[in-house]
Design a protein. Structure first.
Length: 77
């Protein structure tokens, strides 16, 4: 599956194995155009790659859609 995602300003707190884990909500679509969202807790590039552009782009965030904005800040998995 291919998914294209954009970072939003929305963050939530996931409870994983009883431990709180902050996650940023990303929104996007599948290759077939189905809207989706993802809870990203970590994202990185290989240690040997130049991460400057990646880090610059990672700082860009958009306001979440209304549906995603309504997700409670505490989300339990």
């Amino acid at each position: 599956m291919v998914v294209t995602l954009e970072s939003t300003t929305k963050t939530v707190l996931l409870i994983v194995d009883g431990h709180p884990v902050p996650a940023r909500v990303w929104e996007g679509t599948t290759a077939k155009g189905i809207p989706c969202h993802a809870y990203i807790t970590r994202i990185a590039v290989h240690k040997d790659d130049d991460a400057a552009e990646f880090e610059h782009d990672l700082a860009e965030q958009r306001k979440p859609s209304t549906d995603v904005d309504l997700i409670p800040t505490r989300f339990v998995i």
